[in-house]
Design a protein around this ligand. Structure first.
Ligand code: ATP
Ligand code: ZN
Length: 286
């Protein structure tokens, strides 16, 4: 029987949809996992386990799953012996300190002798140790943001993305102790066959990530401005230049990365490019 790679992903919650989408974008079809503990991919030797995110590091350390998708916040809190293979670019959030909006927060020294409510005692203790501060950590399992209001703690450490939950509870974010995103982790002792499968899977993940970070751009350029326009384009190799039916004009095709995108588009316009089309790329293999 062909060996399969076992991957653990979150059963439901903030990482579920993006994890399944990543598999789909990698050409791996996952049958709906709701109410199932495990399923098999149709067209890649992959077995998918649906678990609570908190359990994923342990399962990967114990080789119940070979690989897993989990937030760095959970990974570093659990402190399990697994290797991080790839950052995945979704599930972005920050683990932050928040205090009542009326408080004057002068820096970490504010926390000296105070009570901090959190579901991340390990990461909070590490932060306090680094800062040389003694404070009392109250580990609670949820609804951390109500702790100051009910007199349980002076500060909280919790995950934040927009900050609206904090705001609704009369709190303000004052310090970030960890920036987190979803990562792919692997068991430390995969055999040769498993490593080969992981490589094939990773190759696809990287092609999908790269494609997401790039756009395909087509534009019309006056032939006498071509030199200037080409100089602005990074591209994979050199841009494709095709003559248009109208004399004196060419069509230029290239690839531009998302983070340079707006700058370059402005410069292209200024250099005389017209009719600029921007198209998403599905996969990108270099
Ligand atoms: P589970 O039932 O699997 O234990 P959970 O309630 O612990 O789920 P979710 O709220 O679904 O977890 O969040 C899963 C992960 O999504 C977090 O650990 C974190 O890595 C990421 N995440 C991204 N943005 C946020 C956010 N604004 N708040 C909480 N988690 C976020
Ligand atoms: Zn959880």
């Amino acid at each position: 029987m062909q060996q399969k790679l076992k991957i653990a992903i979150q059963k439901s919650g903030r990482l579920y949809e993006d994890s399944v989408k990543l598999l789909k974008d990698c050409g791996i079809d996952v049958k709906n996992g709701i109410n199932k503990l495990k399923t098999e991919a149709e067209n890649f030797p992959l077995e998918i386990y649906f678990l609570r995110d908190d359990d994923i590091p342990q399962y990967v350390e114990d080789a119940v799953a070979d690989i897993g998708i989990v937030g760095e916040n959970v990974l570093y809190e659990k402190n399990k012996k697994v290797d991080v293979v790839e950052k995945l670019g979704f599930g972005k959030c920050r683990l932050s300190i928040a205090v009542s909006r009326g408080e004057q927060y002068s820096g970490p020294a504010y926390l000296q002798g105070k009570r901090i409510a959190t579901t991340y005692p390990v990461l909070v203790q590490r932060f306090l140790d680094e800062q040389g501060i003694r404070a009392e950590i109250h580990e609670i399992s949820g609804s951390v943001e109500i702790a100051p209001g009910i007199g349980l703690a002076e500060a909280i450490v919790d995950l934040v993305s927009s900050g609206s939950t904090l705001f609704m509870n009369g709190l303000k974010e004052v310090e970030t102790i960890l920036r987190s995103e979803a990562v792919l982790v692997r068991n430390k002792s995969l055999d040769e066959e498993q490593l080969k499968l992981l490589d094939r899977f990773l190759f696809r993940i990287r092609a999908v990530k790269k494609a997401k970070n790039n756009k395909y751009v087509l534009m019309n350029a006056p032939t006498d401005k071509l030199q200037d326009i080409i100089a602005l384009l990074p591209g994979m190799k050199s841009p494709t230049v095709l003559p248009l039916a109208e004399p004196g004009w060419s069509s230029v095709h290239s690839v531009i990365s998302e983070n340079q995108f707006w700058d370059i588009i402005e410069q292209l316009k200024a250099a005389g490019a017209q009719g600029i089309l921007v198209v998403p790329i599905e996969k990108m293999i270099l």
